[in-house]
Design a protein around this ligand. Structure first.
Ligand SMILES: Cc1cc2nc3c(=O)[nH]c(=O)nc-3n(C[C@H](O)[C@H](O)[C@H](O)COP(=O)(O)O)c2cc1C
Length: 456
């Protein structure tokens, strides 16, 4: 079978999409506090055979800009943050095949808890769950979890690596054939196939045995989006699907190749780790309709959106700095999201960029943050095909500029054109997310064998 695109819909459990102005868009529906809002989107995505809907998350309101939450709340800049796993389940109950992923932090949660939540969701979704592993970004999140400051960047990833050892250990506790369920003999499960973890490490102690048996896809699919060197090393080791932000096609080709080389160097098959950059799709029946839509989308932006959201992810109050004053080396070193900082340094061509450089280069809070594919269905498909075949990616994370309109347009106008070209599947390959991503089902026995070999 020829190579097919992976399409992931980017969702937020909040009052807007990742574009803060989207709630002001004339066609956006505002019932985001109800299950119907998310179930409507889920059904649309499943009609379009989209492989997965995925929620990002943050564990605090974006209140670093000007030192409090007033600006973010007044302008609705991601001012609502519901628990995405709960909403994902509501969507799962309205669909049969759509994969569903959500973000949980390794910095603020305990591995046993995360392992149990996701293993249970994967069972209740019959093998459609995925976990986006993040290390979180700012001190507002720290303060909601009993800490004063957000942990330092690389230390967060060290903790995340150990977190993964524990989660994977628990997920592999029950071998695939451990359950017997024989009423006549009274044998429920084979105790030789249920293992205790007994993890004692630097950050965690977790004994087990884990209390949730294996799911139809073995365990949930793992997603990651780190872009710094340390973040990519983490992704190369663990992730099965990687989200990125590319500045251009050329940038994408270079990053794609470099990352796939890292995956191979980590001893894994690069074709089994999908890379999907975030993008906006602005598709209309004709080019001029698409251009009109784009103008409406751009008109929803407010200056405060960018400042609130850059402050949030870099863990620094961008209101406290004159707009054209360069950041010092010390200030830059303390920024939380290294991949984001490096992108701005690289593309501004300045070792010490200013607030204005961060706003202009990152495009954060506006549709300029991600590449926008705009035009009629043929024009949009041409651009996506170019990225896919370059190759700069294995698929795309589709950010929305209005809700649910942007996803409706993708399903109604773009998907049929991609299918006509043989670039996107005509139907779901199977019931699990792994089936639909072409990922093999992992076996717990293989995991135990590998562990034994490593210990020898
Ligand atoms: C498409 C995309 C989605 C992301 N979603 C989240 C998220 O939901 N929550 C979060 O805390 N970080 C999110 N991040 C940030 C990354 O997970 C990671 O924490 C960040 O890139 C910092 O790591 P780095 O310094 O290695 O780049 C996202 C990044 C990208 C590119």
């Amino acid at each position: 079978m020829s190579r097919m695109m992976t399409l992931v819909a980017f969702l937020q459990a909040q009052n807007c999409s990742n574009l803060p102005g989207s709630w002001r868009h004339p066609s956006t529906m505002l019932d985001f506090l109800t299950p119907e809002y998310y179930q409507r989107i889920a059904r649309t995505l499943e009609d379009g055979k989209i492989q997965m809907a995925f929620f990002d998350d943050r564990l605090a309101l974006p209140d670093l800009y000007t030192g409090n939450h007033a600006e973010a709340v007044a302008a609705g800049v991601r001012a609502v943050k519901m628990d995405p796993s709960t909403i994902m389940m509501a969507m799962g109950m309205a669909t049969q095949k759509l994969g569903l992923g959500t973000t949980y932090s390794t910095t603020y949660f305990e591995p046993f808890h995360v392992a149990r939540v996701f293993a249970t969701m994967d069972l209740m979704l019959k093998g459609r769950a995925a976990w986006n592993i993040v290390t979180s970004l700012n001190s507002a999140e720290a303060r909601n979890f009993g800490q004063v400051e957000h942990m330092e960047h690389d230390a967060r990833y060290d903790r995340a690596d150990e977190f993964m050892d524990v989660v994977m250990g628990h997920w592999n506790t029950w071998e695939d054939d451990a359950l017997i369920l024989d009423k006549a003999s009274g044998r429920f499960a084979d105790p030789t196939k249920v293992h205790r973890l007994d993890h004692v490490g630097t950050h965690f102690q977790s004994r087990g045995p884990f209390s949730v048996p294996r799911s139809p896809q073995g365990h949930p699919v793992l997603i990651q989006a780190g872009q710094s060197g340390r973040g990519q090393a983490f992704a190369a080791k663990w992730a099965e699907l990687v989200f990125t932000i590319y500045h251009s096609l050329e940038d994408g080709k270079r990053q794609y190749k470099a990352f796939k080389d890292m995956v191979a160097a980590a001893g894994r098959d690069p074709s089994k780790v999908h890379v999907a950059p975030a993008c906006y799709v602005c598709v209309g029946e004709t080019e001029s309709i698409a251009q009109e839509k784009r103008a409406v989308i751009e008109s929803t932006a407010r200056d405060v959106d960018a400042l609130v959201l850059i402050s949030e992810v870099l863990n620094y109050d961008f209101g406290a700095k004159p707009i054209d004053e360069p950041f010092s080396d010390e200030e830059l070193a303390a920024f939380s999201w290294h991949g984001f900082r490096e992108r701005v340094i690289h593309h501004s061509g300045k070792k010490n960029p200013t607030v204005r450089d961060f706003i202009n280069v990152s495009g954060r809070g506006t549709v300029k943050e991600h590449t926008m594919f705009c035009g009629n269905p043929k024009q949009v498909a041409d651009q996506m095909e170019e990225w896919f075949t370059a190759p700069a990616c294995d698929g795309f994370v589709l950010a929305a500029s209005s809700m649910p309109g942007a996803h409706d347009d993708v399903v109604r106008l773009l998907v049929p054109e991609l299918q006509r070209r043989g670039l996107f599947h005509l139907d779901y390959e199977g019931p699990t997310l792994r089936d639909n991503l072409g990922l093999a089902k992992p076996r717990a026995a293989d995991w135990h064998a590998a562990r034994r070999r490593a210990a020898e």
